[in-house]
Ligand binder design. Structure first.
Ligand SMILES: NC(=O)c1ccc[n+]([C@@H]2O[C@H](COP(=O)([O-])OP(=O)(O)OC[C@H]3O[C@@H](n4cnc5c(N)ncnc54)[C@H](O)[C@@H]3O)[C@@H](O)[C@H]2O)c1
Length: 253
């Protein structure tokens, strides 16, 4: 079978770990040129190092910083000459915090990394997409953006904002054949998952805490998110835009 992303160039943020790493690696295996972007450049380099440097680069980027995102996009076009797909996977968690204990600086950082980042990557990629009259943006949001958990106030708000931004961009950019979709993972087995817990729960079994809220009874694996992102990137999804795809074991039902 032909490779599904042959001839495509993708930027994947958060590619040093968890879902972003799985997405970036699957995309390379499917024939794409991939930019592994992460604030932790060492992790991005490690994730990219199993592939040829002809088809991958690792770039240090802070998705919450406009200058950093602007140079990420221009470095991509400089290296590969094109840009077709952006997967916004970088994100940060919040550990259980009562609203009156939440510091403004933490609120701002969650909004900047989880929500403003989508504005920034889109802002700098869209001129390329408009020129070629195509493009696909995939935002890894969260089922927490539609189904709240106590104490994750700012995180839930940041993901709810990301979901609505996905829809707003999808309707705005449809005339240019630029598609914008989101994936809502449920609890997923990555280094992030234990960071959602309150300090006193840190030693509890993650399965007990998260899996019991998931009707299908198992944590999500990063590879499942990567497969969803692959589908949304390909021609098979050419009529799909503004869609929010829950990959959540039924948590959102
Ligand atoms: N793990 C879960 O249970 C879960 C559930 C729903 C949604 N999500 C979301 O999925 C996405 C991926 O999470 P994960 O579980 O793979 O986490 P992870 O912690 O394994 O990976 C996140 C990556 O993002 C990078 N990153 C953080 N801040 C950044 C910044 N400012 N600029 C660039 N890179 C930055 C980190 O260095 C890390 O490599 C996140 O947006 C997260 O909110 C996670």
């Amino acid at each position: 079978m032909a490779l599904q992303l042959a001839g495509k160039t993708a930027v994947v943020t958060g590619a040093g770990s968890g879902m972003g790493k799985a997405v970036a690696q699957l995309f390379v295996s499917e024939g794409a040129n991939v930019v592994f972007a992460d604030i932790n450049v060492q992790a991005a380099e490690n994730a990219a190092s199993v592939f040829s440097s002809d088809t991958t680069i690792a770039v240090k980027a802070d998705v919450a910083n406009a200058k950093s995102v602007q140079s990420l996009i221009s470095e991509t076009v400089e290296k590969f000459g094109t840009l077709h797909i952006i997967v916004n996977c970088a994100g940060i968690p919040q550990s259980f915090t009562q609203i009156e204990e939440l510091e403004e600086v933490e609120w701002d950082r969650l909004m900047d990394v989880n929500t403003k980042s989508i504005f920034l990557t889109t802002k700098y990629a869209v001129p390329y997409f408009k020129k070629q009259h195509s493009g696909s943006i995939i935002n890894v949001c969260s089922i927490a953006g539609v189904r709240a958990r106590p104490g994750l106030n700012a995180y839930c708000a940041s993901k709810g904002g990301a979901i609505m931004l996905t829809k707003a961009l999808a309707i705005e950019l449809a005339p240019y054949k630029i598609r914008v979709n989101a994936i809502n993972p449920g609890p997923t087995e990555t280094p992030m998952i234990s960071q959602f817990l309150a300090d006193e729960s840190k030693n509890e079994d993650i399965n007990d805490i998260f899996v019991k809220s998931m009707p299908l009874g198992a944590l999500i694996q990063s590879e499942e998110i990567a497969q969803a992102a692959l589908y949304l990137s390909t021609e098979a999804a050419r009529s799909v835009t503004g869609e929010i795809l829950n990959v959540d074991g039924g948590r959102g039902i």
